[in-house]
Design a protein around this ligand. Structure first.
Ligand SMILES: C[S@@+](CC[C@H](N)C(=O)[O-])C[C@H]1O[C@@H](n2cnc3c(N)ncnc32)[C@H](O)[C@@H]1O
Length: 198
């Protein structure tokens, strides 16, 4: 564990409150601002490990309504169904949708392994954000919501334009819990309007 993490207030708060990551406060701040969840909504959390966002989502929507997927193993979370798989692969997407069906909310905090080269990292982050959008095209209910992370950079505006073609209301936010040094941005897109792809 790095000394940096120990100094971080959100990290300590997460430890104290029983959350697996400080990232949970980013989702909470987005939820406070944009009112993302309703009790009983179904939620699919893409890139969910170690599980902070899923822990928060299950508190908001209730047990049995959250599905979490990641490349990495996710340790059991009460009320959450966990899968392991690569969401850039069609087979994974098909398997998840076949097993879980359509959803009201898609969350994607997916992030690539960072190389330190901003252009490369930004392009990889945009690719994962597009995979989340593709997932919505196949699995999100009409009127549904996508919350997605993307690094700011050359692909950012194109991505926003693509989201605006498919959602009625698209807002960007950099939650206070994001590190000041980070170029990450979260987009909350509500009112899904596109027909499903098979
Ligand atoms: C910042 S972490 C997510 C943290 C999570 N929101 C939480 O609160 O615990 C990003 C995650 O994206 C996952 N990821 C990256 N690429 C992926 C892919 N192609 N398929 C599935 N998961 C992926 C990583 O394995 C990593 O666990």
């Amino acid at each position: 564990m790095s000394a940096y993490k120990h100094k971080d207030g959100y990290y300590r708060k997460a430890k104290k409150e029983g959350y697996r990551t400080r990232a949970v406060y980013k989702l909470k701040q987005l939820d406070d601002k944009f009112h993302i969840f309703e009790e009983g909504d179904k939620v699919i959390d893409l890139g969910a490990a170690p599980g902070g966002w899923s822990q928060y989502a299950v508190e908001r929507v209730g047990e049995g309504n959250v599905i979490a997927i990641d490349l990495e193993h996710i340790a059991e979370i009460a009320g959450v169904t966990c899968y392991r798989g690569d969401l850039t692969e069609d087979e994974t997407v098909k398997r998840i949708i076949a097993e879980t069906g359509h959803t009201d909310i898609v969350l994607s905090d997916m992030a690539p392994k960072f190389s330190g080269n901003h252009h490369l990292d930004q392009a990889r982050s945009a690719y994962l954000a597009y995979c989340a959008l593709e997932f919505c095209m196949k699995a999100l209910n009409r009127g549904g919501t996508l919350v997605v992370k993307i690094l700011q950079g050359e692909d950012f505006n194109d991505y926003l334009s693509d989201l605006k073609k498919r959602f009625k209301d698209v807002r960007c936010s950099s939650p206070e819990a994001s590190r000041a040094s980070s170029s990450e941005m979260y987009v909350v897109a509500k009112g899904f309007i596109k027909q499903h792809k098979d």
